[in-house]
Design a protein around this ligand. Structure first.
Ligand SMILES: Nc1nc2c(ncn2[C@@H]2O[C@H](COP(=O)(O)OP(=O)(O)OP(=O)(O)O)[C@@H](O)[C@H]2O)c(=O)[nH]1
Ligand SMILES: [Mg+2]
Length: 389
């Protein structure tokens, strides 16, 4: 599962990235600090079934702490986009190819209003403008891929090739499925004959494709220094107020054993006798923010992207339905994220192609009932797959 961070320069993408991954990307208070992409691993939280079962898990592909399972996802941080990027402005939009494999995007907006769309310092910018410009650039990126060599492509379609086949082949590199192409063609209902399509028609289709295949969560970042008006405006468009800066500070303070904090929490604990005055003051600012907003918002963005937008559920495959262990006696070793509606057979294929190919039956380890290949899995299920050799 891959989450891409997008936004104008200087909005805080790399700060967000550093706050949620163990990677260290360069951060700077000027545009285009990032040029080459950064890739790292972050985690989304789910309740760990070990807690209810009274077991101590031995996590393998994930982490488990205090009854919470932290399931890994990949996060990609890229260069900033500016208006006109599709015409080559700023860094252009070629680097968006770094996001081809992203399943969902987080748009990091600068809610402080202190930088313009190019990422330069200004007094009063309207963060709402970032949203339409960024979507427009994303749509141009997809549309240009659709419309490339159109007259030749359209001739092939006129000659009998199905448009959905042709487009899904063209968009496969963007991790856009055939089903998504079919749905988008239906939703965008372009009535013009294919021969006559131009960039505007491609843009209409690109918009739907983006909504279907690269959904966006908006992070109203720098909320720690945003005006009440900006925050209100951004909340109206369902943005999540975030302070990547605070989340990064909490992560670093926790790593240095100055505080106890787990990502997404509404509080942290500290022993002020270990802290210097400036640290106490900084932490006071952060705890006020947490009190007002419930969290730094950063973890919430990741989870809204992965668990809500992509609607993924967590499944725990095991080999021993009595002890909930794998072949090495590890208790509840793995947690997999699967689309809601996935079946026992889908899980088998996720574990291994061979196991999918030789699937016989599965066991729901909570109820100990045998389930068939088409059985729809529920969030938190612990499943044993029985496969032939
Ligand atoms: N107050 C505040 N400042 C932030 C926050 N997040 C980032 N910043 C600051 O904003 C500036 C830009 O941060 P970066 O993370 O480098 O921004 P970016 O979007 O990666 O920028 P480019 O790589 O240039 O596109 C830095 O000075 C950060 O310290 C935040 O939540 N609050
Ligand atoms: Mg950056």
């Amino acid at each position: 599962m891959k989450v891409g961070l997008v936004g104008k320069p200087n909005a805080g993408k790399s700060t967000f990235f550093n706050a949620v991954t163990s990677a260290v990307a360069q951060i700077g208070d000027y545009p285009f600090t990032t040029i080459d992409k950064n890739v790292g691993i972050a985690h989304v939280r789910k309740p760990c079934p070990s807690k209810e079962l009274g077991l101590i898990p031995n996590p393998n592909n994930s982490l488990s702490e205090d009854g919470i399972r932290y399931i890994p996802i990949e996060v990609i941080d890229v260069a900033g986009l500016v208006p006109g990027a599709h015409e080559g402005k700023g860094m252009g939009n070629k680097f968006l190819d770094d996001l081809r494999q992203a399943d969902v995007l987080i748009h990091v907006v600068d809610s402080s209003g202190k930088t313009d769309l190019e990422g330069n310092s200004v007094e009063l910018a309207d963060p709402l403008e970032e949203i339409s410009f960024l979507e427009n650039e994303l749509h141009h990126w997809i549309a240009n891929i659709i419309i490339r060599n159109w007259s030749r492509s359209a001739r092939a379609v006129e000659a009998g090739e199905k448009i959905e086949n042709f487009l899904s082949e063209r968009l496969a590199g963007l991790k856009i499925s055939r089903e998504a192409v079919i749905l988008s063609l239906r939703k965008s209902a372009i009535s013009k004959p294919i021969m006559k399509w131009d960039i505007d028609d491609a843009l209409i289709l690109a918009r739907t494709i983006q909504q279907v295949s690269k959904p966006i969560v908006i992070a109203a970042n720098k909320a720690d220094v945003a005006s009440e008006q900006n925050k209100k405006n951004l909340e109206r468009v369902s943005a999540i107020l975030t302070s990547s800066d605070f989340e990064l500070a909490l992560k670093n303070a926790s790593k240095a054993n100055l505080i106890e904090y787990s990502p997404g929490s509404s509080k942290f604990s500290s022993d002020s006798s270990n802290l210097k005055d400036n640290q106490i003051n900084a932490l006071k600012l952060i705890s006020d923010f947490l009190e007002e907003n419930g969290s730094t918002g950063v973890q919430e963005c990741l989870e809204k992207a992965v668990l809500d937008k992509l609607d993924l559920i967590a499944i725990y495959p095991v080999e021993d339905e009595t002890h909930f262990t794998d072949g090495q006696q590890r208790i509840l070793p793995d947690a997999f994220l699967l689309p809601r509606g996935s079946t026992a057979l889908d899980l088998a294929y996720k574990v291994h192609t061979d196991i999918g190919d030789s699937f016989i039956r599965a066991i729901d380890c909570n109820s100990k009932r045998v389930i068939g290949r088409d059985h729809e899995l529920s969030d938190g299920d612990i499943i044993k797959i029985v496969a032939g050799s």
